[in-house]
Design a protein around this ligand. Structure first.
Ligand code: 2IO
Length: 413
């Protein structure tokens, strides 16, 4: 019989208001927490989460068939295993590292400069809604080689797709709406993929269409699924992480001053932001067999949610885990964006995020551009900080005031 912890539900309003408040209780008293309403288990200890993510024999990604495939319109990388997975993962990794990454970063710089320009002379900007959200969409469409004229529609369809993946319980009406968004996005991509197969360019869609590895190439369905996957994965966590980074730095003025003096500290600040407040809070798996953990048993066939935020604040993995400290000795900045990461914001094991290097470069670039321009940056007077989301979580808004840039003084040309 599953152990139901009567004093906390991850589906409650109290939990949604501040999950971090409940993590110590979950880790200590209910490390294998069962939610009857959604028949799922929630694991909160670093050791257990790491085990689930790395033991891909005992914990599979089969649950993505129902949690992602309906809106991805085909199988995503995370569902694959063996030689096929290795070959196709290589294609995607290539499209997000080295030369390709440098080109993506050019798109980041150009879009960031364009989006921030109107706000600099005003001395005020909502880092989430004025800047971070549109930036993530503009950059991702450029990377994919999709027309900027379609931004609004694509962003709307993407929102439906993301709602489907990141909802723990959808009403039938919302579910239908999300599926409609996915169908429209698929229909929008169909002629683009057809055209890129005939006349490939340098964009990511062309690369996915034409690349092969060990004789393994991508089908139209797989290209579609990967494009939708990249669209969701490169947008949903991006504005959240950027806003969280600035929130933590504003809340810790001495660390903000250090990063301003030495932008070389930005990767450490980004890594610590990902540890302290990971934008992706839950990663689902399916148990292949009955598995005994320290605090309980997960039965074969069960859906298991890895609680990344709780694992990243486990005192067994990080000292003084509830303190934001870009200098923490147990962070290991360089490995924070690799398979050797101690924090679990990018997952771990076979399916660890393929976009980690891109995420680091994008955030480093954007924060490096913003910091010198946002002189005396502070919250707008009267602003009350609020976060939302259980699956992905971030600030609802982050309205900032700063010293307005004098005309021609932004360095942005
Ligand atoms: C469909 C939550 C947007 C991913 C999944 C396999 C997506 C996969 C993630 C992140 C962010 C999403 N899962 N990125 O958690 O590609």
């Amino acid at each position: 019989m599953p152990v139901v912890s009567p004093d906390v539900s991850v589906l409650s309003e109290d939990f949604a208001a501040d999950p971090y408040r409940w993590f110590p209780h979950l880790r200590e008293r209910a490390p294998v927490h069962y939610e009857p309403a959604i028949d799922s288990y929630f694991l909160s200890r670093h050791e257990d989460v790491k085990r689930v993510l790395t033991d891909h024999e005992a914990f599979t990604t089969r649950t993505l068939q129902v949690r992602a495939e309906p809106v991805m319109r085909g199988p995503v990388l995370a569902q694959m295993t063996g030689a096929e997975h290795t070959a196709k993962r290589k294609i995607v990794v290539r499209a997000f590292t080295g030369q390709a990454l440098e080109e993506h970063i050019r798109a980041v710089r150009a879009n960031a400069a364009e989006l921030m320009a109107p706000f600099l002379p005003r001395g005020r900007m909502d880092l989430v809604n004025d800047f971070g959200k549109p930036l993530a969409v503009h950059v991702t469409l450029d990377v994919l080689g999709l027309d900027s004229g379609d931004r609004r529609r694509v962003a709307e369809w993407n929102a439906g797709v993301t709602e489907f993946i990141t909802s723990l319980a959808l009403t039938p009406g919302r579910r239908r709406r999300c599926l409609e968004c996915a169908e429209q996005l698929e229909a929008h991509l169909r002629p683009v993929i057809e055209q890129r197969r005939r006349a490939p360019g340098e964009d990511l869609i062309s690369k996915l269409c034409t690349a092969g590895f060990d004789g393994i190439a991508m089908s139209d369905r797989e290209v579609t699924a990967l494009v939708i996957n990249v669209l969701a994965a490169a947008t949903e966590p991006a504005d959240k992480t950027l806003a969280l980074l600035f929130k933590h730095l504003i809340d810790h003025p001495e660390q903000l001053a250090q990063v301003r003096r030495d932008p070389g500290l930005l990767p450490a600040a980004i890594a610590e932001t990902l540890r302290y407040t990971p934008p992706v809070q839950l990663i689902p798996r399916e148990a292949e067999e009955d598995t005994v953990f320290g605090g309980g048993t997960v039965p074969a066939g069960a859906t298991v949610f890895c609680m990344i935020g709780a694992a990243n604040r486990d005192p067994g993995a990080f000292s003084d885990p509830d303190t934001f400290d870009i200098h923490r000795p147990d962070l290991g900045t360089a490995r924070s964006f690799t398979a050797a990461a101690q924090h679990l914001a990018f997952g771990s094991g076979l399916h660890q995020c393929v976009g980690a290097a891109f995420a680091r470069a994008e955030l480093d670039t954007v924060a490096g551009m913003l910091l010198p321009l946002l002189d005396r940056v502070r919250y707008r007077p009267g602003f009350r900080y609020r976060e939302s989301g259980l699956y992905t979580r971030g600030p609802v808004a982050l309205p900032l005031d700063f010293t307005p840039a004098r005309k021609g003084g932004t360095g942005l040309g």
